[in-house]
Design a protein around this ligand. Structure first.
Ligand code: RFL
Ligand code: PHB
Length: 389
């Protein structure tokens, strides 16, 4: 088989890239390790930046997002009983949109099916070759049968555990990492959200987040120990712990109910440099991971897709390879700012196991300053709604 762009990974980054390329008349094939049902069953991100919404519009796929997405013009941050509202719209004139990654992925697969775009599911043993020449190819297996996909470029959109990144030789590749000493236990429930806006809470017992997917569906997270297992947390224990971590003005309003999904995610910051190796481009979680505190993972996968889509269009439509040559530098410039913001918000809002009394006072002072300073709030809001592409 032959195509112009081989896309390894059918998560949001790979799917969005394929639809945007198709709009420009550029062919691609998506290779996905899992089944479609598995990819659609993942509960992950919930908050979209305007930049992401813009890309869905460009792909012609924003109708349901506009209909069902919840526009959030602000959010709350609390530290113990102290809370303030961050007025995103008032501070930076832009809101965020709450619309689940599951729904984004569903819209993208539906569009690709409608357009008849090629996807190979349940691919195994994917390997990349010829990346330094102008005729790269991808080998893989489906049901034990060996296959080969010849292409002009490979987009490595295969997430943090993918194989693409490993094809950049060790002497060239640099990896930067911080692993945090806690995880997030997430629970999805058919209960109304505790408030109209998101609440990020720091308490002496650790972090908590009250988020949502709709007016009837809530998504909550609490910081947990890395050694905790999902089975250790009954629904009742989860709700009790959440109540202890949010300000008392919210506890009375919290509606509890059975969990529909429950999972634990470790928290990590990670960046791989460079993001291009010859004709291989890394996109999204394949190249970088952020702790979810700033709601940035999916959004920064989308900004990579934006740069790569633009670079490939320039190459195919204008015969200009400058965008391709500058892809890594351009994408990384934004990635590092997003890494900084996510690390900062994680450091401010979590209880660290080895935290000294001094460290706690620093968090409290920073929180108090944020609550009082418009300049500090503006900086937070600017990052939260999304830096420009
Ligand atoms: P994905 O979604 O991991 O997709 C990669 C795809 O590649 C496939 N794959 C392979 N395919 C072929 N061959 C191989 N060898 C392969 N290896 C892997 C995988 O099966 C998969 O389908 O990466 P992508 O597309 O870069 O998208 C990134 C986002 O999924 C991720 O950044 C976000 O979910 C992060 N995230 C959040 N991001 C936000 O912007 N806002 C949020 O509110 C937000 N909340 C979150 C999050 C992530 C979380 N977890 C579970 C880590 C909340 C949580 C709890
Ligand atoms: C979510 O709704 O899943 C969510 C929202 C905000 C975050 C992380 C996750 O910062």
């Amino acid at each position: 088989m032959r195509t112009q762009v081989a896309i390894v990974g059918g998560g949001p980054a790979g799917l969005l890239l394929s639809v945007l390329l198709h709009k420009a008349g550029i062919e691609s094939v998506v290779l996905e390790r899992q089944t479609k049902a598995h990819v659609l069953g993942r509960i992950r991100a919930g908050v979209l930046e305007q930049g992401f919404v813009g890309l869905m519009e460009e792909a012609g796929l924003a109708d349901r997002l506009h209909r069902e997405g919840l526009i959030h013009e602000g959010l709350s941050l609390s530290f113990g009983e102290n809370r303030f509202r961050l007025d995103l719209a008032g501070l930076v004139g832009r809101p965020v949109v709450v619309y689940g990654q599951t729904e984004v992925t569903r819209d993208l697969y539906a569009a690709r099916d409608g357009l008849g775009l090629a996807t190979e599911f349940e691919v195994d043993n994917v390997a990349l070759a010829g990346l330094q020449g102008d005729a790269p190819f991808v080998t893989y297996e489906v049901d034990g049968e060996a296959r080969r996909l010849d292409c002009d470029f490979v987009a490595g959109c295969d997430g943090f555990h993918g194989i693409s990144r490993q094809h950049i030789p060790e002497g060239v590749r640099r990896e930067f990492e911080r692993v945090y000493p806690f995880g997030w236990l997430g629970v999805l429930s058919e209960t109304p959200p505790v408030d109209e806006e998101l609440l990020y809470a720091n308490s002496v017992r650790g972090f908590a987040l009250c988020s949502m997917r709709s007016h009837k569906l809530s998504r909550h997270y609490i910081q947990c120990s890395l050694s905790d297992r999902v089975e250790d947390w009954s629904d009742d224990d989860f709700w009790e712990e959440l109540k202890r971590r949010i300000p008392s003005e919210f506890t009375g309003r919290l509606v509890t109910g059975p969990s529909i999904e429950k999972s634990i995610a470790p928290l990590r910051s990670f960046v791989c440099e460079p993001m291009r190796w010859g004709r291989l481009f890394l996109c999204g979680d394949a190249a970088h991971i952020v702790p979810p505190t700033g709601a940035k993972g999916l959004n920064s996968a989308a900004s990579d897709v934006h740069y790569l889509n633009r670079a490939l269009r320039r190459f195919y439509l204008d015969g200009d390879s400058e965008g391709i040559e500058r892809y890594s530098e351009q994408a990384l410039a934004r990635v590092w700012k997003v890494e900084r913001f996510s690390w900062w918000m994680t450091s401010l809002m979590h209880h660290f196991p080895d935290q000294s009394d001094f460290d706690l006072r620093m968090q409290q002072a920073e929180f108090a300053f944020l609550g009082e300073s418009r300049a500090a709030q503006e900086a937070l809001a600017q990052n939260y709604v999304g830096l420009p592409y």
